[in-house]
Design a protein around this ligand. Structure first.
Ligand code: XUL
Ligand code: MN
Length: 346
């Protein structure tokens, strides 16, 4: 098993969310960007991940020169705190232009908006010193099958990615698949889809993936297998660890909260593939529970990291020899119990 380097941790400003859900308002006060930066410092995290408008608020109302100026100011603040920007993701699901999709919108003028905004996100990433652009393709899919042509949508997605890859020859695109929510069905629901689409672009070597545990679970898959699959191609460039209890709305629970064994297997997959060797971060895309009080605002992040690190210990102390002997004997009954005993601490 290749040794993984020391893990480095990352979260985004949206991970300090205020508890709003479709049925009720915020339950915690909004915190300022500076507060969030300090929180990451306090936690001892190494990086922050950004949507384009996390980096430059109200981005659509600003001139390109103003956007770059503000990105430069942000870079200075990050440098001052000793934090790095892990990635920039164009937020292509809020603006009225993206109501019916961004790159796969049926209206050419609106597709142009999505591509232009993505190019601007790439420029921001350049200023912040990261080559990683994350594409969570929130509205690329359909609410009803007949409203869009799925075959044409693949072409449109490739066209948009090619435009980004050409705009800056140094960037890498990491597609973050999710099978549903907000869409009924998304066009890129799994890592297999992401890597297949990468092959259709003009620069397949610069198109990879980001796995989010909850998204894989929503697709009915085991996130550990998704990690192994992506890493077999050398294509796991970022990671959103969290947890999800079954097939319902995206829950973004703390890592390991719903299923410790599934979390353990993700950590084993990361360890055996030496995730992080290429400088990749462990990002937690987790949210506080709606019930979380303001004084516990950081707990979902510190708890996720604690669980992660304890599972790293568990992965490293896993009784490999005993497990191999049971595998050789096809005694999966006792293999199952060996895993449970190991996780329970006996
Ligand atoms: C949505 C999600 C996003 C992406 C970044 O489910 O996970 O926060 O990670 O755009
Ligand atoms: Mn995510």
């Amino acid at each position: 098993m290749a040794k993984a380097p020391k893990y480095r941790f990352c979260a985004g400003p949206w991970n300090f969310s205020e508890g709003r859900d479709p049925y009720g308002p915020e339950t915690r006060p909004a915190q300022t960007f500076d507060w969030k930066l300090q929180a990451l410092k306090e936690l001892g995290f190494d990086a922050m991940m950004f949507h384009d408008d996390d980096a430059v608020p109200e981005i659509d109302s600003k001139s390109p020169a103003q956007v770059l100026k503000e990105a430069k100011e942000l870079k200075k603040r990050l440098d001052g705190e000793g934090l790095v920007a892990e990635m920039v993701a164009p937020r292509l699901w809020f603006h009225p232009n993206t109501v019916d999709g961004a790159y796969t919108n049926n209206d050419k003028r609106l597709r142009r908006y999505a591509i232009d905004r993505s190019k601007q996100a790439i420029d921001i990433a350049g200023v912040l010193g990261t080559d990683l652009i994350v594409l969570w393709l929130a509205r690329e899919g359909s609410y009803l099958r007949e409203s869009k042509n799925a075959r044409r949508s693949v072409d449109l997605l490739v066209e948009a990615m090619d435009a980004m890859l050409t705009h800056n020859k140094k960037i890498r695109l990491a597609i973050e698949p999710k099978p549903n929510e907000p869409m009924d069905h998304a066009y890129i629901p799994t890592i297999g889809h992401a890597l297949a689409v990468a092959q259709l672009t003009t620069a397949p070597a610069r198109v990879g993936a980001l796995i989010e545990s909850a998204h894989a679970i929503l697709a009915g898959l085991d996130p550990a297998d998704e990690i192994d699959f992506a890493m077999a191609f050398g294509k796991l460039w970022s990671l959103h660890l969290n947890d999800q209890n079954g097939l319902k709305f995206d829950q973004d629970k703390p890592f390991g909260s719903a299923n410790l064994r599934v979390a353990f297997n993700q950590v084993r997959a990361l360890e055996r593939n030496a995730y992080g060797r290429g400088g990749e971060f462990i990002c937690f895309d987790v949210h506080p529970f709606r019930t979380t009080k303001p004084e516990h605002y950081l707990k979902h992040l510190s708890n996720s990291r604690d669980t992660f690190l304890r599972l790293v210990d568990k992965a490293r102390s896993y009784p490999e020899k005993a497990a191999q002997a049971l595998i050789a004997d096809r005694n999966y009954q006792d293999l199952d119990q060996l895993v449970l005993n190991h996780l329970m601490g006996s």
